[in-house]
Design a protein around this ligand. Structure first.
Ligand code: FES
Length: 104
């Protein structure tokens, strides 16, 4: 049985963070251990948008409220999620939001 899931950041030098299963990602990530920035931590501001590069198929799909925010801040980005709404159920590889990267 896995006691922790590994959260890795693509295109970044931060080491992987080990997160207990079922924990909301925003509880374990901060500016010191990840490239993901957080604002409200309640799914409203869109600051924490990430692309789930691997492991997204093991996550609970975004609910209607998260979908609305993703349409505003990450429209057209495949596998985009709000990191503050991710309930960690598997090892994940994330790419932090970067306007320049996603603008084309
Ligand atoms: S921190 Fe505001 S939406 Fe995630």
């Amino acid at each position: 049985m896995t006691t922790r899931h590994s959260v890795t950041f693509s295109d970044d030098d931060h080491p992987a963070v080990q997160v207990p299963p079922g924990k909301v990602l925003s509880e374990d990530l901060d500016v010191k251990n990840s490239p993901v920035l957080f604002g409200c931590r309640t799914g409203i501001c869109g600051t924490c948008v990430v692309e789930v590069v691997e492991g997204g198929d093991k996550l609970t799909p975004p609910d209607e409220d998260e979908q609305e925010i993703l349409e505003l801040y990450a429209d057209g980005v495949q596998n985009a999620r709000l990191a503050c709404q991710i309930d960690v159920q598997a090892d994940l590889v994330l790419r932090a939001h970067c306007e320049d990267r996603w603008d084309g």
